[in-house]
Design a protein around this ligand. Structure first.
Ligand SMILES: [Zn+2]
Length: 491
């Protein structure tokens, strides 16, 4: 066969797909990849023919493409409870295999990643990166200095990527699936748009199916997996990749996105004798969080922005993940907890007024000391906090806080700010129902389509009209069922 020759693959189910043979096809650890002539799909075959013929492996991949597939609606044979809307949501966030190749040999068909996950020609003036995929360590490690400023995004887009990633991993774990090799290589990010896509899905660990033999990637392997790697696969002390090991890799990635550094890479020397042994101890049995409050032996001397610069909720989660849970997998926060706390932090995100600030946005941890942790610029404006409360069922007049928002000019509000039974997730509508605006020195909440919004005095606020956000003001976001009330406080 010659490079450029067009071949035909037969899929399970009988359809066919054409792909372009390439003698220098890109090769990963497990598979090599060809592309369809229109480059919309990758057709992948296993490097080792024994893998391709393994019926247990084939069976596992069939269930990934079928009944565990969150990018396909239940109606079309995908995951249980999945609607077309949620399937579409996850299609752009997972590079999930769409079909199985039967002939010429067993293989899989995956969509290619969207263009935004490949570097363009002007991504770097030093390196030639055009066409390379955007592995996240390009943005979070030392290589960052080679990239054009336009590639780097800001704190807000990195927080967006962290939210997206925690949501996709939560969705996988909800189905009982573990990724098993979550790392900077298998999650591509585009800091410009704040998007993240999870790739290499065929190494997923599926419940009650034969697990793939994945070792993981340096820096992301859970310490207990690394520490027991030398043991035989059937030794009961051997720790294998599972949901709990994903729950180590996930916060490593989130920490990298938010702080642009690795949570375990610090100045501590674990073994002076060999670099290999030092690395094994640093990532495995002796791993120490660089921000461990009780053990500062691995703390870099120049840490300025720390977990204390984020929301209190995120600080607690990082301590659980990297102090309590670093060597005790049962203590690690679940992906859903990360999603929830990152979203809470998102609602406290405000722009930094310093035009030179590298982060451009920061999480306001404390209303009483409003300072950007990245550039130390103080907020001079008033701080306006909206507390959204719902009436407790069966207890008229008793309210419980559902969420809060710190205002900035242009802050959009959605259904989850209006109804107690709507949450910011893949099911929610993304139509903006209201927004906060600063107008002639007044802070306003402008109705953009929330029906039944009422002013503090009880008058209807129609679309296009506004409520002034004064200290102590209380009003209804809607008078419909499950409507939230909003309480304003100004500091
Ligand atoms: Zn700043």
């Amino acid at each position: 066969m010659n490079s450029g020759e067009i071949l035909t693959a037969v899929l399970e189910g009988g359809d066919t797909i054409e792909y372009v043979f390439d003698a220098n096809a890109p090769r990963g650890g497990m598979k090599h990849t060809f592309f369809t002539p229109d480059k919309k799909y990758a057709v992948q075959f296993f490097n080792n023919p024994a893998d391709a013929r393994n019926p247990r492996m084939q069976d596992r991949i069939r269930s990934i493409v079928g009944i565990y597939n969150p990018t396909l609606s239940e109606q079309d044979g995908g995951a249980l409870g999945n609607t077309e809307k949620t399937a579409e949501y996850f299609r752009s966030r997972f590079c999930w295999p769409v079909a199985i190749v039967r002939s010429p040999e067993f293989g899989i068909v995956c969509p290619t990643y969207p263009q935004r996950f490949f570097f363009g020609a002007d991504a770097s003036s030093v390196l030639s990166l055009k066409g390379k995929d955007k592995k996240s360590n390009w943005f979070t490690g030392r290589n960052r200095r080679f990239l054009a400023p336009a590639e780097l995004g800001d704190f807000r887009t990195m927080l967006t990527a962290a939210i997206g990633l925690s949501r996709t991993i939560r969705r996988m774990h909800q189905a009982g699936l573990a990724h098993s090799d979550l790392s900077c290589n298998n999650v591509l990010i585009d800091p410009k748009s704040g998007s993240a896509v999870v790739i290499d899905i065929d190494s997923l660990v599926v419940p009650n199916k034969y697990a793939p033999e994945v070792v993981g990637t340096r820096g992301y392997i859970a310490p207990e997996v690394l520490a027991t790697m030398e043991l035989d696969a059937d030794d009961s002390r051997r720790c294998l990749p599972c949901v709990q090991t994903d729950l180590h890799a996930l916060p490593v990635l989130i920490y990298e996105y938010l702080f642009l550094r690795h949570p375990l890479v610090g100045p501590k020397i674990y073994s002076a004798e060999s670099a290999e042994q030092d690395d094994f101890l640093a990532m495995g049995p002796m791993a120490t969080f660089i921000e461990n409050p009780d053990d500062t032996s691995n703390r870099p001397p120049d840490l300025e922005v720390t977990i204390k610069s984020l929301s209190k909720g995120l600080e607690r989660l990082f301590l659980r993940a990297f102090v309590d849970g670093l060597h005790d997998p049962a203590e690690r926060p679940a992906a859903m907890e990360w999603e929830t706390e990152l979203l809470r932090a998102w609602e406290r995100l405000i722009p930094c007024k310093n035009p030179q600030c590298s982060a451009k946005w920061f999480i306001l941890r404390d209303e009483s000391s409003p300072v950007c942790p990245f550039c130390k610029t103080k907020v001079t404006d008033k701080i306006i906090r909206l507390g959204f409360k719902s009436e407790m069922r069966g207890k008229k007049g008793v309210f419980r806080e559902k969420s809060e928002v710190i205002a900035f000019d242009g802050k959009p509000l959605f259904d989850w700010h209006i109804f107690s039974n709507v949450h910011n997730d893949e099911k929610a509508s993304t139509d903006m129902r209201a927004y906060i605006a600063k107008y002639n020195g007044m802070w306003l909440l402008v109705n953009n389509g929330a029906e039944g919004m009422t002013s503090p005095s009880g008058r209807l606020v129609p679309k296009g009209s506004a409520v002034e956000l004064k200290d102590g003001a209380v009003f209804r976001m809607t008078d419909r069922e499950n409507g939230l009330i909003c309480e304003v406080s100004v500091t």
